[in-house]
Design a protein around this ligand. Structure first.
Ligand code: ADP
Length: 310
């Protein structure tokens, strides 16, 4: 059975709050899937349901084809970090991991391997209670790796990390996916997913509002907007308008072109012998694409002040 997480039609109500409203997606092996969306979108609840910590009112969550409670030796199927603060403060990092390993019949040697991979070697004999949040995240990730599981799931692992930690985390997530593992990582900040996620599941108000590759999302948000610098502005305008583009002069020798991809702009100008000195295609940032998508999914996004509106 391939390493996957398969979430189908999850619904979950807490009192008057509908936390999950038909959440469905699949996490594939060999890639990092970013699970993004504003706070309150239902990401943590989904992860808790996947681990059998919350019971859904409807729907199912399977790990490589099995519900969590049916997994024998679960740490060897899925490794998860949901709450980095959940550890015994008086215990050293290494003893925390040894205790977890022994509870699952795993060896002490494996503990030292995961300590090293999480970059915790120098801190391993310090008490976890004195760790920064970033160090606790590393410890949580080391714990998730104990059983060498093919499926991994981390809730907001970038929280509290310093810039060096963020770079390390991005590289580590990519490495885990390159080893063929299925990796699900949640974040309320899209910028953290830049350069680490291959695929994105965007959640809003308890359901999926986009399920797409990072490349497709950026392409869709960018549209075809090309800036062109040319000494032959009138000729270029004629040629491109003929090819179906909308062209506007934005400077003495610059044009803004929409409705035609950059490669087509180059091809049309070259065919017609119109010279140009510079061409650039607009690419939306992941953040812009995300803001566009989640605009209606945010309950309390701040309204601009009145004077800004006017
Ligand atoms: P996210 O992880 O995307 O920020 P959550 O899954 O934590 O979202 O929360 C989804 C919604 O469910 C929120 O409105 C939250 O307040 C509510 N919620 C989550 N857990 C509980 C709970 N145990 N009791 C009551 N409401 C909850």
């Amino acid at each position: 059975m391939e390493a996957t997480i398969e979430v189908t039609g999850l619904r979950k109500r807490f009192g008057s709050t509908l936390a999950l409203d038909g959440m469905s997606f699949i996490v594939q092996p060999g890639q990092v899937t970013g699970f993004v969306g504003p706070n309150g979108a239902g990401k943590s609840t989904t992860m808790r349901v996947i681990l059998g910590l919350d019971a859904p009112d409807q729907g199912s969550a399977l790990i490589s084809g099995q519900p969590y409670p049916r997994l024998r030796r679960p740490l060897s199927h899925i490794g998860a970090m949901l709450d980095a603060a959940a550890l015994q403060p008086g215990r050293t990092a290494r003893n925390h991991l040894l205790w977890l390993a022994h509870s699952q019949g795993l060896s002490g040697r494996r503990v030292d391997e995961v300590i090293e991979r999480a970059g915790l070697t120098s801190a391993a004999r310090r008490k976890a209670g004195g760790f920064s949040l970033g160090m606790r995240q590393r410890l949580g990730i080391a714990a998730a790796m104990l059983g060498d599981p093919p499926v991994l799931m981390f809730d907001e692992p970038f929280n509290g990390m310093d810039p060096e930690g963020i770079v390390w985390m991005r590289g580590y997530l990519r490495y885990l996916a390159a080893e063929g593992r299925a990796v699900l990582v949640s974040s309320h900040l899209m910028s953290e997913m830049q350069d680490s996620a291959d695929h994105l599941v965007v959640a809003g108000r308890g359901k999926v509002i986009a399920d797409t590759s990072v490349a497709e999302l950026i392409a869709a948000a960018s549209g075809d907007r090309v800036t062109l610098r040319t000494g032959a502005r009138p000729e270029a305008m004629t040629v491109l308008a003929h090819a179906g583009a909308t062209v506007a002069a934005t400077g003495r020798d610059t044009l803004a072109v929409t409705g035609l991809a950059a490669e087509q702009v180059v091809a049309r100008l070259s065919e017609s012998g119109v010279g140009f000195s510079e061409i650039s295609a607009h690419r939306a940032s992941l953040e812009e694409a995300y803001m566009e998508l989640t605009r209606d999914a945010v309950e309390f996004r701040a309204q601009p002040a009145e004077e800004e509106v006017r």
